[in-house]
Design a protein around this ligand. Structure first.
Ligand code: LLP
Length: 424
């Protein structure tokens, strides 16, 4: 579900023609829809309303300050994974007590800054990290809340690079070790271990892995409570799917239907960390065709965006739907499915200009005829798009634009050659 649609053969983001933005802001450009961001945030809020959860939007998926400000104003807390993300959350007006801080490699500096800022919960991922947190909290004479991130050994059935809740990954502490962890650290004076954190991977297109992980965790919490430990909160992480293709993902309410009954009456404060389900369908990457070229075996549409702007296809073989911003004569409004084949379409690879064979945005995709100067929209690019962009090949990163109704503004300017060399 999003607010991008074709009107009279032209792609609109809310009430703004995408081609107008491209004409003024240039290409490549990321375009975000405020209404879509808020729609998905509120859908999650409503679906889980009975549990009155704290929703901590996962900053890593789309971190622009204007986006964070919008969500902070809607009441969102934030899931962060670095000192830099804490700085962004605070700069956007985020409430520090509504920030949860995960990550296997928190440095002393990051922990000290987070303690000073009054971060809500440290999601601790190892024994050594807990000891360090307790030491630094004691040193600062501050009490902090800590959640143990448990690894429940559940298969989320997603790409191996984004699976986090299986035993062989680096994340969290084996659920079998959790009781011993509480025995050792559960009565620390400065780092109060009073919550459990889960994040099993992403994107997860079914509620079942959550159900399995939550059941295991509730058993653990019951055992901990029997031993006299007070566990007051459960953070079930992020990972809800998004529509890379139409109707691909369950809606928030479908996850909630299976998850809420498990947690009803548990006496636990519930935290959610959705990223992609809020940001993914809220963003487009718009790019311009530079050349069309017939290779030895394949046809290439060479565009001005590249793996440096959107690395997901290269890194995970992720599929993003691509289609012209302006529909030519006889070109239908698309069904956003990877195998959608418009009449007179040809099979092409959409590639960038970077010197890597992995530099592609799509492979073997049937697209309407495209020519030099045409604009293409890469859909579902809001999550893990700009945030993973790099300057490889000394390519300035693209601007980000936020649309609200019939208004739009640049919320991060295009980088310049000076930006590339700043600090050298
Ligand atoms: N919470 C924690 C602790 C996480 O590590 C993540 C994502 C999230 C929440 C949010 O997950 P989401 O709801 O956005 O799926 N770059 C990859 C995704 C990496 C996800 C990392 N952790 C991609 O492009 O698919």
């Amino acid at each position: 579900m999003d607010f991008f649609e074709y009107r009279n053969g032209e792609l609109f983001c809310e009430d703004v023609a995408v081609a107008d933005i491209a004409a003024k802001a240039g290409t490549p450009v990321y375009i975000y829809s405020a209404a879509t961001l808020l729609h998905h945030y509120r859908a999650i809020e409503q679906a889980f309303a009975e549990l009155k959860p704290l929703i901590c939007y996962s900053i890593k998926s789309l971190a622009n300050l204007s986006v964070l400000r919008l969500l902070a104003q809607a009441g969102s807390g934030f899931d962060v994974v670095s000192g830099g993300e804490i700085a962004r959350a605070l700069a956007a007006g985020g409430d520090p007590s509504k920030i949860v801080y995960a990550g296997v490699g928190k440095t002393d500096r990051e922990i000290r800054e987070a303690i000073a800022a009054g971060i809500g919960t440290f999601n601790v991922e190892s024994e050594a990290e807990f000891e360090n947190l307790a030491r630094l909290a004691a040193e600062a004479k501050r009490t902090v809340h800590a959640a143990l991130r448990v690894n429940p050994d559940v298969d989320p059935k997603t790409h191996r690079y984004t699976t986090t809740g299986k035993k062989e990954t680096k994340f969290g502490v084996d659920i079998e070790r959790a009781e011993r962890f509480f025995d050792r650290y559960g009565r620390d004076e400065f780092a109060r271990l009073d919550a459990i954190h889960l994040h099993i991977g992403s994107p997860i297109y079914s509620a079942d892995p959550y159900v399995e992980a939550i059941r295991k965790t509730l058993d653990l919490i019951a055992r901990l409570r029997d031993k006299g430990f007070s566990v007051t909160a459960l953070d079930i992480g992020g990972g809800f799917g998004a529509d890379y293709e139409e109707h691909r993902s369950p809606a928030a309410v479908q996850y909630a239907q299976q998850i809420v009954p498990l947690l009803r009456g548990s006496g636990l404060a519930i935290i959610l960390e959705p990223g992609r389900q809020i940001s993914c369908n809220s963003g487009l990457l718009v790019t311009q065709v530079q050349y069309v070229k017939q290779g030895g075996e394949r046809n290439f549409v060479i565009v001005d965006a590249a793996m440096t702007d959107l690395i997901r296809p290269a890194l995970y073989e992720a599929q993003h739907f691509i289609y012209p911003v302006r529909l030519g004569e006889g070109v239908p409004v698309p069904q956003r499915k990877m195998d959608f084949a418009p009449p007179a379409g040809t099979k092409v690879d959409v590639v960038g200009g970077v010197c890597e064979s992995s530099d592609f945005l799509a492979k073997d995709r049937v697209l309407p005829p495209a020519g030099r100067g045409d604009l293409l929209a890469v859909f579902s690019a809001g999550a893990y798009g700009f945030v993973m962009a790099s300057q490889y090949n000394s390519r300035p990163r693209p601007p980000e634009v936020l649309v609200e109704g019939d208004a739009w503004r640049i919320v991060r300017r295009r980088e310049t050659y000076e930006d590339l060399m700043a600090g050298e």
